[in-house]
Design a binder for this molecule. Structure first.
Ligand SMILES: CC(C)(COP(=O)(O)OP(=O)(O)OC[C@H]1O[C@@H](n2cnc3c(N)ncnc32)[C@H](O)[C@@H]1OP(=O)(O)O)[C@@H](O)C(=O)NCCC(=O)NCCS
Length: 218
């Protein structure tokens, strides 16, 4: 009989070979994943101008942390995503629609737990593409990559309670509302309540996506 000195370690979740292989998915550069509906790829400095123009509008920024304030700041943000990816805990995909060369949105994923089976994601998309299916098509690709290649079993998201679009999108993807985080988010001098969502592989719902096109704003 063996003697246990100190506190026993909590049991570790199963570590399938695929999870070990998954370490490679977090090393360095995100892959480019393309379908007829969307392309996901690493951000490049050429995206800075597009992201600045598209993601600094009031409706886009209403429920998220303030975006970088200048094109140069977006460039610094893009450099930062590359450094984070090299450190192995962060993935950042630019969302490129079929009719564009530059990114019009971003999906970021950060690994949370020491065994790396839990991650949290956040996302933002140009208002021009809201309701077009571009986010759903992109989110589907990211979920498939995270669950089938990157070893993630539980994907969390936090939304401000009043963020109807993000909540609606998460529900369409199969996310389960797990909790209410009182004053979980501090922004512009006030604390805001959040909802904690999670998606496990079995929660996913089939999504029918069409090839998205931007609505034209005049
Ligand atoms: C979150 C975001 C990426 C979602 O993309 P989107 O294209 O707007 O998402 P979709 O249109 O596919 O899905 C949103 C759903 O919410 C629904 N919805 C809209 N307002 C809603 C509300 N107040 N309450 C509940 N559902 C709402 C929409 O009707 C839609 O469902 P439907 O397709 O069944 O009609 C995008 O809105 C965005 O970038 N928002 C700003 C940034 C942000 O808030 N990010 C989330 C941070 S956690």
């Amino acid at each position: 009989m063996s003697t246990t000195l100190g506190r026993p370690s909590p049991p570790r979740p199963p570590q399938p070979a695929s999870r070990v292989d998954a370490q490679g998915a977090w090393a360095g550069v995100v892959p480019t994943i393309a379908t007829p509906g969307t392309t996901l790829r690493a951000l490049v400095l050429a995206d800075a101008e597009s992201l600045f123009a598209l993601l600094t509008t009031e409706p886009v920024g209403r429920f998220i942390l303030p975006a970088p304030h200048t094109v140069e700041d977006f460039g610094r943000f893009i450099d930062w995503t590359h450094r984070q990816q090299e450190a192995g805990r962060h993935l950042c995909f630019g969302i490129v629609p079929p009719d564009q060369d530059t990114a019009v949105g971003v999906i970021q994923i950060r690994r949370e737990t020491s065994d790396c089976s839990t991650a949290e994601w956040g996302f933002v998309l140009s208002e021009r593409y809201w309701g077009t299916g571009l986010f759903m098509a992109s989110a589907e690709l990211v979920l498939t990559f995270l669950f089938e290649t990157a070893g993630i079993h539980r994907l969390e998201a936090r939304t401000i309670v009043d963020n109807g679009r993000a909540s609606g999108a998460l529900q369409k993807l199969g996310a389960v509302r797990e909790g209410f985080l009182r004053h979980g988010f501090y922004r512009n001098g006030e604390y805001l309540d959040q909802v904690l969502w999670s998606i496990l592989p079995g929660d996913r719902r089939p999504i029918t996506t069409s090839v998205p096109t931007a609505t034209t704003l005049h």
